[in-house]
Design a protein around this ligand. Structure first.
Ligand code: CA2
Length: 156
């Protein structure tokens, strides 16, 4: 009998988006670009597929729902990408949830928050993040997927 090697499929990367990002591509294109969130989702799915990975892509305008999403990732995800949007600057609850994860977490911002208003310079989420990608627009999500793929490959 031939030995069958056990090949388990990697859990999906959970990509979580915070408040107002549902409006991406419709306002302030000079800051956030023209790409819609639906387009970002498609680009992320395609990029993950190049690594043999899949994604779950979510957005919420509600802090508690984002905490729920992060808690789901404890057992359902191989890694988390999060653009906490405005909650990054305010939410200790989201930081607490992230700090309970034992998987890589990449914080993503479309804009470079350090080149913007002072109240955007601090992110609570950063303290719990493995890494941060910012200022690259929608491409930043793709670079964060590359980083996660690299980390996951190394941890096999
Ligand atoms: O640069 C980012 O990705 C941000 O997380 C975006 C947040 C902002 O509060 C952070 O400081 C930086 C804002 C998301 C608002 O989304 C919009 C979508 C369409 C049009 C305008 C805003």
């Amino acid at each position: 009998m031939t030995k069958k090697s056990k090949q388990s499929k990697a859990l999906p990367i959970h990509i979580l988006n915070g408040p107002n990002l549902n409006l991406l591509g419709t306002r302030e294109p000079e800051v956030y670009g023209h790409t819609t969130l639906a387009q970002v989702e498609k680009m992320c799915a395609a990029q993950a597929a190049t690594w043999g990975l899949s994604i779950v892509f979510r957005q919420s305008n509600h802090e508690g729902e984002i905490v729920d999403f992060i808690q789901e990732a404890r057992t359902g995800a191989s890694a988390v990408l999060i653009n906490p949007a405005g909650y990054g600057h305010t939410s200790i609850a989201i930081l607490d949830a992230i700090q309970m994860l034992k998987i890589p977490v990449i914080e993503v911002h479309l804009s470079n928050i350090h080149r913007r208003e002072p109240y955007r310079h601090h992110s609570y989420v950063s303290k719990g993040a493995t890494g941060i990608v910012m200022g690259l627009g929608a491409q930043g999500y793709l670079r964060a997927i590359d980083a996660v793929a690299d980390i996951l490959k190394g941890s096999k």
